[in-house]
Ligand binder design. Structure first.
Ligand code: ADP
Length: 446
């Protein structure tokens, strides 16, 4: 096993990784910006190194500084968490050049899946069902018209290098295509420095269902079931659950096995997530994330498998000793993303937490780096913690969630807790009857 791991991240995920390292007896190094000197992940790590000023570009995204921190502390591996450098193939290569292990898949797999056209082609080749659409990039209005006409409207134009829900244009008829196509290319170029776009059939009422996979890089791979992340606002997930209330066991194991087989074919190493839109009983691949996801704890709760522990074991060469038949799903889990934001207008609300009381009890997990007296800096993502609740079934899980939300107190700043207190009492949410547009309709955005 590694002797010292540097955690190239901040907030709750830095703490999450640190916990797994400690349980394996691995020394930990925290890196932080000047704005994060008082952060919990810094306090709990064995060593810490300041890597720069508040701006992420100068600190958490600063590869030379992180490399220097590895060399100063003698870390033999780096866990990137999610976001920041977690899907940066160049970072994985630079670490490899310095004989430091990147805890994640190969740079080649990160690169392929980071290009949405290449990812879709690879998925198709590996037997994963994809959304019907153009075979690759589309470069002229005439081609866009022909392809969209053949597929029938509505269609969606997406940026090959896109991410974070940006640069997508929904087109309802041929009259709209020219303007939408030109706009999508210009936006792709300005947001991602690459004007390559592709076209897909637009699904009108899908659910977002994703499959957690884990591979050893040598041809053994398993799936750990799915998560339903359909409750979204601006293409950002708000509430996630496992298993999906929309699938039966047969559908669940069918899509899971397709993903596990694909990862065997690819020789994928570490944790990954294959994302689908699901409509009328069919799955359509949209993208693959080659890292740990924010919502990974719901999978951990129903499988009792520590995903970070498994990532560490795969990365150090100890392999993946879980067989598919060892993975047993038990009960139901729900995660609520607690953001430092007003629950009505979603305006960020950084500042000092004057009183903090997290919930507890059987089946309740809070992953968070905040504490009473901690000041949330204004520079980063507004996620301050995750409430994850497990029950023997979905009904018990919802009852427990309602109870845990009632206990949760965060004073001094606005949080999204009041939104969850309303959602947990909503009949559609209680019935699991929602698609990816439900939350925005509920919030009056559509
Ligand atoms: P990003 O990487 O920017 O998040 P994705 O391809 O993962 O982009 O898509 C993000 C979200 O956009 C999806 O969860 C879904 O809500 C919507 N979306 C993407 N493709 C389609 C499609 N073909 N039909 C309908 N909605 C789509």
């Amino acid at each position: 096993m590694f002797s010292k791991v540097l955690i190239a991240n901040r907030g709750e995920i830095a703490l999450r990784v640190l916990r797994a390292c400690k349980e394996l007896g691995i020394q930990t190094v925290a890196v932080h910006s000047t704005a994060d000197a008082e952060a919990m992940h810094v306090k709990l790590a064995d060593e810490s190194v300041c890597i720069g000023p508040p701006s992420a570009r100068d600190s958490y995204l600063n590869i030379p500084q992180i490399l220097a921190a590895c060399e100063i502390t003698g870390a033999d591996a780096v866990h990137p968490g999610y976001g920041f450098l977690s899907e940066n193939a160049r970072f994985a290569e630079v670490l490899e050049d310095h004989k430091i292990q990147f805890i994640g898949p190969s740079a080649e797999h990160i690169r392929t899946m980071g290009d949405k056209i290449a990812a879709k082609q690879t998925a198709k080749r590996l037997g994963i069902p994809v959304v019907p659409g153009s075979d690759g990039g589309v470069s002229t209005v005439a081609d866009a018209k022909r392809i969209s006409g053949d597929m029938s409207y509505p269609v969606i134009i997406k940026a090959a290098s896109g991410g974070g829900g940006k640069g997508m244009q929904v087109v309802n008829s041929e009259e709209e295509i020219e303007l939408a196509f030109t706009t999508a290319r210009a936006e792709a170029l300005s947001n991602f420095g690459d004007d390559t776009v592709y076209i897909e059939k637009y699904l009108s009422k899908p659910r977002h269902i994703e499959v957690q996979v884990m591979g050893d890089g040598k041809g053994h791979a398993i799936h750990l079931g799915e998560r339903d992340c359909s409750l979204q606002r601006r293409h950002q997930k708000v509430w996630e659950e496992a298993c999906s209330p929309a699938l039966n066991e047969e559908q669940q194991s069918r899509i899971g096995n397709i993903c596990a087989d694909a990862m065997k074919g690819l020789g994928y190493a570490g944790a990954g997530t294959i994302e689908f839109l699901y409509e009328d009983g069919e799955f359509y691949f949209i993208e693959m994330n080659t890292r740990l996801q924010v919502e990974h704890p719901v999978t951990e709760m129903i499988t009792r498998i520590d995903l970070v522990n498994e990532q560490l074991k795969v990365a150090c060469g100890a392999g993946l000793d879980i067989r598919q038949e060892d993975v047993v799903f038990q009960g139901h889990a729900i995660e609520c993303r607690i953001n430092a934001e007003n629950s009505e207008n979603f305006r960020p609300s950084p500042g000092m937490i004057t009183y903090y009381h997290p919930p507890g009890g059987l089946g309740v997990r809070v992953d968070s780096g905040v504490y009473q007296g901690y000041t949330i800096p204004p520079y980063y993502d507004s996620l301050i913690g995750k409430l994850i609740v497990h029950g023997r079934n979905r009904v018990e899980c919802m009852m427990r969630l309602r109870r845990a939300l009632d206990e949760f107190i965060v004073d001094g700043i606005d949080t999204t807790l009041p939104l969850f207190r309303k959602l947990v009492d909503n009949p559609d949410v209680a019935n699991g009857a929602y698609d990816i547009h439900w939350l925005e309709r509920y919030l009056g955005m559509k």
